[in-house]
Each structure stands twice: as structure tokens, then as C-alpha cells.
Design a protein around this ligand. Sequence first.
Ligand SMILES: NC(=O)c1ccc[n+]([C@@H]2O[C@H](COP(=O)([O-])OP(=O)(O)OC[C@H]3O[C@@H](n4cnc5c(N)ncnc54)[C@H](OP(=O)(O)O)[C@@H]3O)[C@@H](O)[C@H]2O)c1
Length: 324
Amino acid sequence: MKESLNWAILGTGVIANELAQAFQADERTLYSVANRTYDKAVRFAEKYQIDKVYDSIEDVFTDPAVDVIYISTPHNTHIDYLRKALKNGKHVLCEKSITLNVEELSEAIELAEQHRVVLAEAMTIYHMPLYRNLSRIIESGKLGQLKMIQMNFGSYKEYDMNNRFFNPNLAGGALLDIGVYALSFVRWFMTSTPTQIDSQVKMAPSGVDEQVGILLTNNEGEMATVTLSLHAKQPKRGMIAFDKGYIEIYDYPRGERAVITYTEDGRQETVENGSTRSALQYEVKDMENAILNGETMYLDYTKDVMAIMARLREAWGLKYPEEK
Ligand SMILES: NC(=O)c1ccc[n+]([C@@H]2O[C@H](COP(=O)([O-])OP(=O)(O)OC[C@H]3O[C@@H](n4cnc5c(N)ncnc54)[C@H](OP(=O)(O)O)[C@@H]3O)[C@@H](O)[C@H]2O)c1
């Protein structure tokens, strides 16, 4: 089995730069880069000392030297690239939201199984050491039973159709852009996926969801509230309440610090694990561990979150052009 994997990057935008920097921090380089605009790929390759640039995006899928493709283009372009990458036997780490809907995700999972490759969504929460340690603390039982989760995510974006945030043609909207983080956080801590889902939504002038309130309950009676906004900043804070205490997580989703308050005596404990700036390094390491050693990339949670998002959009009657 190979010990060193060749990564190709598809896309050269904000998050692609962060991934390339994560490789630099680990003193590694990406093997190759593909992008819709060739000139930007060339500049990206120069910036990060990447040897190979493809003339056409299509060439990345058939390059026999490529082991893993990292997809970092807008949501609605993912499925086409996923199909091509998986059919060519490439492992894929795909940016959130991994697909537009459940049907596309099921198709991609089937292809990954057929071609025996790893498919994962780049959901940093699942790879941060802090969340893993908090899970261990919760499993120890000292906080008692999980009761409520509060998770808010808000970001101020202009109504600018040149980027994806409010653009229906780029599968914009709060849910797919930031709700996916909030729901992944909820899924990480809940015992099982929510079965009762209620929500209210306010649409942006472009017709995608701008502001959302969601209430979720699972079969264990654990509840969560999620509020999302793409036109108002909210503090990056998550709260998980148990019958014997609560956890506050700061600077979510790439959190490195949480404070636990034990309600019986008011005692507080600060928990610090990992570092925010290494988030994508953890994600890459876990992806390689999944490929080489069969470790999980939490695709089951990705499926649960996609199913919740599908139910919400169905309730709102929100369909993207590809779905009409
Ligand atoms: N995990 C995270 O923390 C995080 C953070 C930010 C974003 N993301 C996700 O990463 C993805 C990209 O976000 P970003 O902020 O990096 O975007 P961005 O800066 O706007 O970059 C978009 C990239 O996609 C390409 N692209 C745009 N439209 C395309 C199309 N129709 N077909 C093919 N390629 C196209 C662009 O190519 P050109 O150079 O040709 O324009 C560019 O390389 C999204 O899925 C987003 O949700 C994740």
C-alpha cells in the first residue's frame, strides 16, 4: 500500500488557498491543480510550488498519478465532478455542502462503494481534536444526559450575485452555506439523528433562504435549536446542556476551546485541544487515515445532515434550478 498520496486540487478560491496553506504547514505540496479559469490555476501553482497544472479540468480525473481529489468549487458543481472523480477510482474530499440533495449524495456514495474509494465531505468539525475530546468527556457520564443544544451561525454577506451566497444559480442560501455546519455540530453531539423538524424561514430578495430558525428533536428526546443568518453576524458559540452541566464552545466550527460548567456546584473547567489554524491539517490527516487505514470520515453524519436539509428545503418549497 502507498504511504504517500498525491493530492489534486480542483478550484483555486478562498478555501483552496487554505488547503494549500495546510499542506505548506505540513511541509508538503499538492501534486496538481485544476481550475475553470486556467490562468488562475497557473498563478495558484506558482504561489504554492505545485508542479502540474491541467489545461482542462477534465484531465485531473484521468491522471493516473492522482490519488485524491479535493473539490472546492460551488455546491451545485460538486455532483458532476464527484461522478467523474469516483468513476475514475479517485478518493474525494469534497467541500460542503457535498451535494445539493439526498439523491445526488446517494448516487455519489454508490459510486464510491462500486469503485472502492473514500468519499468524504470536508466538514472541519468532525476532525477538530476539541470535539473528539468533548465526546469522550460526555461519554464518561459526568455531565449526565444530553438535553438541549443551541447552535447559531450568522454571517453578513452583501446581496451580490457575483458570489455564491445569495445566488440560486450557485446553490446559495443560508442552509447549504452555513446551516450545514450548525447541523453537523448538532449531529455530532446528538445520540441519534433528529426525527421531528420544524422551522421558519425568511427568503432573500434572490429567492434563497436568508434567515432561518430550526427546532429539532430525536427519538431520545434530545432537542436542538439552530438559528442561521446570511445578512447578520452572530457570535460563533455553541451550547450543549445536560442535566448536570453545560458546555460552551467558542469560535466554532474550528473551535479549540470550550468551558464546561457543572451546575451542581458551579465549578467551571476549561477544555483546550488542537488549534483553529490547523483545522485543515487535521482534515487532510484524517482523510489519509481513512484511505490508508480505513478510519471513518463520518459519512453517515453527512448523510443525516443532508436528509435534514432536504426536509427543510422541501417544507420551504426551495428548489435550485438543477432540481426543477
Ligand atoms: N470548509 C470551509 O471552511 C469552507 C470555507 C469556505 C468555503 N467552503 C466551500 O468551498 C466551496 C468554494 O468556496 P470558496 O469560498 O473557496 O469559493 P470561491 O473563492 O468563490 O472560489 C470558487 C472556485 O470555484 C470555481 N468556480 C466557480 N464557479 C464555477 C463553476 N460554475 N464551475 C466550475 N468552477 C467554478 C472558481 O473558479 P474561477 O477561478 O474560474 O472563478 C474558483 O476556483 C464551496 O462549496 C463552499 O461552501 C468551505
